[in-house]
Structures are given as structure tokens and as C-alpha cells.
Design a protein around this ligand. Structure first.
Ligand SMILES: *[C@@H]1O[C@H](CO)[C@@H](O)[C@H](O)[C@H]1NC(C)=O
Ligand SMILES: *[C@@H]1O[C@H](CO)[C@@H](O)[C@H](O)[C@H]1NC(C)=O
Ligand SMILES: *[C@@H]1O[C@H](CO)[C@@H](O)[C@H](O)[C@H]1NC(C)=O
Ligand SMILES: *[C@@H]1O[C@H](CO)[C@@H](O)[C@H](O)[C@H]1NC(C)=O
Ligand SMILES: *[C@@H]1O[C@H](CO)[C@@H](O)[C@H](O)[C@H]1NC(C)=O
Length: 533
């Protein structure tokens, strides 16, 4: 009897022994919707990102929260930020709060399924106590910074609105990392580390790797736009020097995607990997940390309820997934946790109520699985609510400053179509993936990913300072025609649904600045400055 049991266990275990797929997540920081070239304009050519898109699935109705910390907390937990108390603003490095350590997060889940879990780049989910930091939250290793951003060359964070010392914010695991070669550009540093992780990975175990780039977020307020001069020179056709520098920052981001895919290919990992690329939120055209990013033709920008804040570029590629398709179904960042679990074949349990939906059937069969989505910052008093293609936008985040179409629509093409295709096919991503992409597929995907604004002639305007507005996203993705006054019943219905969806909102965890954080007390580094409670 015992022997029989033994054989059954052996058999069952073996039948489940198919190794789960590697999961590689690459996150861009503040990349604008119009700052990649797979949707049309080649003002800023992104050949590697585009090649990944054309080989995989363009998630053309991808949504995130409108700011960094909320966005990252949602990816990690599969929940809405407002179910975590993480919906308001971001974590400035002097504030003692973060994502609750009682939340189980993605690397912990994947660790349960036998993965090696690694993280490179930005954390930004809290570090005032050690228990909030990546190595205590399921990551086997961490190479990066804990705060919102750093200088691209010297890795310091300087809070422009405080009197603290400038502090170094780069570590490996829990110790300050002083072993960085001088004059190393951050995007290249993180890329080299990601390539090293892939190259040295022990194939017996699946790999869970998150690469949270600094790029193309601004550096410190005193020198916000930082790129290598040789890269800036490549974009001399962009007149605005700020946008030209942004293009150079994105150039390195794109190159990073190429090198990561090539490393996966060269080390025989690509066939059993799933790759995701997306931006944490929309680009900032104006205001704090602005980079001349463009979300055109979408309305608004980072830190608002508009599409320019929450509709971002996103791609998923895996040899096991459909190739060369554009999916127009709604997909929310929180959906990754259950979706990746399924498509990677990772054996873990999610024992808590999450907001993420398993979108596997959408990816494979175009099934419509999500029809609702909530965005809220209840303290600033802005947000939006999407339901069955309708969208309610409520509250202005910056006294109207972010409420119009802000980004560059200059769309100067860097190259003609022929040169675009040639460069694309020469990119490391295109060369790593077989069979090669066909020109017909590229054309088809470029045109179906394009955003067509409303044809309505009699457009009704919107003033969020006066009240909420309503849009039909199916005909009006650019939020040009406010239908609130023409559809009073629908408008009241949406307002009610929105309020109801916020019934279980958890109050913000945000805390006041604590001057004890000052890097002057820690040899000019940013550090956990309180004892675990
Ligand atoms: C960080 O942790 C990883 C995994 O344990 C280890 O391989 C690496 O050597 C550590 N790095 C440092 C600087 O301790
Ligand atoms: C910084 O120091 C200056 C000069 O002492 C003071 O006027 C200012 O209020 C301080 N700012 C903050 C944010 O503490
Ligand atoms: C809508 O915005 C107003 C103004 O900011 C705010 O007072 C109100 O609470 C918001 N409503 C919802 C449901 O978020
Ligand atoms: C668009 O780009 C062209 C060529 O660089 C330049 O002449 C023009 O001023 C730009 N327009 C805007 C609105 O930036
Ligand atoms: C303080 O930082 C400097 C580098 O800025 C380093 O050389 C020195 O070893 C550090 N001191 C301590 C006690 O860690």
C-alpha cells in the first residue's frame, strides 16, 4: 500500500514536472504614449520595443494607475491601489510609509512556485523600515535604488523641496553599493546587471526577473534631463532640446530591451520565457519632473484621471502566445498576477481577494474579460471610472494644468518607411526571434494600433473644475466630446457606479515627512531610518 502511494506520488509529481516559464518584466518609468514608434510616428524610433511588439501582442487598451507608487503596488499585489491604501501620490524618500508588509507580493508568489526571484532598478514601495525593502519581500536579490528616482550618473537623490543632504541611493541587496564604475549611465548599468542575471541563471530553476528602469524619468530637479551626449547628437532633428534629450534617454531604454532579449536568446532561455514591457504610467509633459514626454493624441498626462495618465504602452511576448496581434480589450496592471501565473504555468495559490482578472483567454482567444476599471486619488480629489466603454472623469489634479492635450504632436519622422523597416529588422530583438517578422504583419499592426480620435463635429467641452465629464471611449479615445449633458441618465448611472466601486476604499497610508531620514545621519546615503515596528 505504501509502495503504491509512493508510485502515485512519483507519477503525479512527474506529470507536473514541466518547468514553469521564466517571467521577465521590464518597466519603463514615465514613458509617454506617443514616445514609441510602433504606433506610427518615428520621431523617437524604438526599434527593439517595436520588434517585440510586432512579434508578440500589443495590449492596446492597457491601463495603469496614474502615478508610480500606486502603479507598482498594483503590479505587485494584483489589487487596486485604493484597496491597499496606496492610491494617494507617491512615497517621497522622507516619508515613513510603504506597501504594507502583510501584503503578499509577486516575487513571494513566484518563490512559492520554485522560482529564483531577482530585481534590478527602482523599488519605490517604501524603505523607512528594513522590512519594507525588496530582500524582505520575496526577492532573492536586489540591485537598484529604493526611492523615486536618482541622478543618472552619480546615483544620488536630492529632495528639491527639503533641506536634507543629497544622499546616495544604490544598493546590492541590503548594503550600499559603491562598486559602480565611474561615469556609468544608469540605464546601461541596469541593463548590464539584468544581462548578468540572465547569463548566470541556473537553468534548473525558473527565473522571475523584474527590471524597473529609471528611464525615461527625469533625474533630480537641478539636472532633470540626463543623457549621453553621443545619444543626444543622434536626434539633432528634434528642435526642442528637452525633447531631444528625452529621445536620447529612450534610445538607451530601447537598447536595453534589445540586450535583454538577446541575452535570453544567447543563453537558450527565450523559448521558455514570457516577456512583458510597459510604462508604469503616462508621460509628464509639464509640471514636476516633466520631460517633454508626449501622450498625444491622448488627453492629459501623468497624475490625472485622463487617458494620458492611465492608458500606457504595453507589450507581451512569449513563443507560446499568439504572435503579431493587437488586442483592444481592456487590461489592467493588476491582471498580470493571475495571468502570468496561468501562462507561465507557475504553481502557486492566491489565497486572498484580488482585483486582477486572469486574462489568459483574452490573450489567446480575444475574449472580453474586463469591462470595468477604477482610478482614484481621494486626497487630491481626482479619478476616473471606465465601464463598458464609457468613461467618467472626475476632479482636476492640478487646477486644470493637466486637463488638455499636452504632448508634442510634431511627429517629425526620423526616417522614411523603408529605412524604418530596415533598421527594425537589424535590431537585436528582431534578430533574436525566429521566424522573422513579415513586413505585412508590421504594416497591419502599425495601422491597427493607431489611435483614431472622434469624427464628431459638434464636440462638447469639459471643465473638470466645474464637474465630472463623460466620454464614449469606443468612438472617442482622445476624450474630446463630453457627452455628460446629452446623456443625463447614463451620467448619473456612471457616477453612482463609480461611487459604489469606491465603497471599500482603504484610507491612504501616507505619513508626514520625518526629518530623521536625512542622509546626513547615514554617511550621505538613503537608508531605512526606523526600527521595524
Ligand atoms: C545578493 O544576493 C544574491 C543572492 O543571495 C547573491 O548572489 C549576491 O552575491 C548578493 N550580493 C551581495 C553584494 O551580497
Ligand atoms: C530650509 O532652510 C531655509 C533656511 O534655513 C528655510 O528658510 C526653509 O524654510 C527651509 N525649508 C524647509 C522645507 O525646511
Ligand atoms: C469627484 O471630484 C470632486 C472634486 O475633486 C471630489 O470632491 C469628489 O469626492 C469626487 N468624487 C468621487 C466619487 O471621487
Ligand atoms: C516641429 O519640428 C520642426 C522640425 O524640427 C520644427 O521646425 C517645428 O518648429 C516643430 N514644431 C513644434 C510645434 O514643435
Ligand atoms: C562613507 O562614504 C564614503 C563614500 O562617500 C566611503 O568611502 C566611506 O567608507 C563611508 N564610511 C562608512 C563608515 O561607511
Amino acid at each position: 500500500m505504501l509502495l503504491l502511494y509512493f508510485f502515485i506520488v512519483l507519477f503525479v509529481n512527474n506529470s507536473y514536472a514541466a518547468k514553469p516559464k521564466n517571467v521577465i518584466i521590464i518597466v519603463a518609468d514615465d514613458l509617454g504614449f506617443n514616445d514609441v514608434s510602433y504606433r506610427g510616428s518615428t520621431e523617437i524610433p524604438t526599434y527593439n520595443i517595436d520588434a517585440l511588439a510586432y512579434n508578440g501582442i500589443i495590449l492596446n487598451n492597457y491601463r495603469t494607475p496614474p502615478l508610480c507608487t500606486p502603479s507598482r503596488s498594483s503590479l505587485m499585489t494584483g489589487k487596486y491601489p485604493h484597496h491597499l491604501g496606496m492610491q494617494h501620490f507617491v512615497i517621497p524618500s522622507d516619508e515613513p510609509w510603504g506597501l504594507s508588509p502583510s501584503e503578499k507580493i509577486m516575487p513571494q508568489y513566484f518563490k512559492d512556485a520554485g522560482y529564483v526571484t531577482r530585481m534590478v532598478g527602482k523599488w519605490h514601495l517604501g524603505f523607512f523600515e528594513e522590512q519594507y525593502t525588496p530582500n524582505n519581500r520575496g526577492y532573492d536579490s536586489f540591485f537598484g535604488y529604493l526611492g523615486p528616482y536618482i541622478d543618472y550618473w552619480d546615483y544620488t537623490l536630492n529632495m528639491f523641496d527639503r533641506n536634507f543632504s543629497r544622499g546616495y541611493d544604490m544598493r546590492e541587496n541590503q548594503t550600499i553599493n559603491r562598486n559602480i564604475p565611474p561615469n556609468k549611465y544608469a540605464t546601461e548599468l541596469f541593463t548590464e546587471e539584468a544581462v548578468k542575471v540572465i547569463t548566470t541563471h541556473d537553468k534548473k530553476k525558473p527565473l522571475f526577473l523584474v527590471v524597473n528602469h529609471l528611464a525615461p524619468h527625469a533625474g533630480n530637479e537641478d539636472v532633470p534631463m540626463q543623457a549621453k551626449q553621443e545619444d543626444i547628437d543622434k536626434f539633432s532633428y528634434i528642435e526642442d532640446i528637452k525633447r531631444r534629450t528625452l529621445a536620447a534617454m529612450i534610445y538607451q531604454l530601447d537598447k536595453s530591451v534589445g540586450e535583454i532579449v538577446k541575452a535570453l536568446k544567447d543563453n537558450n532561455h527565450l523559448d521558455d520565457s514570457i516577456l512583458i514591457f510597459y510604462s508604469d504610467n503616462g508621460g509628464p509633459t509639464t509640471g514636476i519632473h516633466s520631460t517633454a514626454a508626449s501622450n498625444y493624441p491622448l488627453r492629459g498626462q501623468k497624475q490625472s484621471g485622463w487617458e494620458g495618465a492611465i492608458r500606457t504602452n504595453a507589450i507581451v511576448y512569449a513563443p507560446s502566445l499568439p504572435k503579431a496581434v493587437v488586442r483592444n480589450n481592456l487590461f489592467y496592471i493588476a491582471d498580470w498576477l493571475p495571468t502570468l501565473k496561468t501562462i507561465a504555468g507557475a504553481n502557486f495559490k492566491i489565497n486572498t481577494k484580488i482585483d486582477g482578472i486572469d486574462q489568459t483567454k483574452m490573450l489567446y482567444n480575444n475574449r472580453e474579460l474586463r469591462n470595468e476599471l477604477v482610478t482614484i486619488d481621494d486626497v487630491f480629489g481626482f479619478g476616473s471610472y471606465i465601464f463598458n466603454g464609457l468613461k467618467l472623469v472626475n476632479g482636476s489634479s492640478s487646477n486644470g494644468q493637466f486637463d488638455s492635450w499636452l504632448g508634442s504632436n510634431n511627429n517629425t519622422n526620423a526616417v522614411d518607411d523603408k529605412a524604418y523597416m530596415e533598421n527594425l529588422l537589424l535590431s537585436p530583438v528582431a534578430k533574436s526571434i525566429k521566424p522573422p517578422i513579415t513586413l505585412r504583419n508590421i504594416d497591419r499592426m502599425r495601422s491597427s494600433a493607431k489611435i483614431c480620435c472622434t469624427k464628431e463635429k459638434n464636440k462638447q467641452s469639459c471643465d473638470l473644475l466645474k464637474g465630472p465629464c463623460l466620454y464614449n471611449l469606443n468612438d472617442d479615445p482622445c476624450e474630446e466630446n463630453n457627452i455628460a449633458n446629452r446623456n443625463k441618465i447614463l451620467f448619473s448611472f456612471m457616477l453612482l457606479k463609480y461611487k459604489n466601486s469606491l465603497a471599500d476604499l482603504v484610507p491612504t497610508r501616507r505619513k508626514q515627512s520625518d526629518p530623521k531620514c536625512d542622509p546626513v545621519h547615514f554617511n550621505y546615503t538613503w537608508n531605512a531610518w526606523q526600527q521595524n515596528s
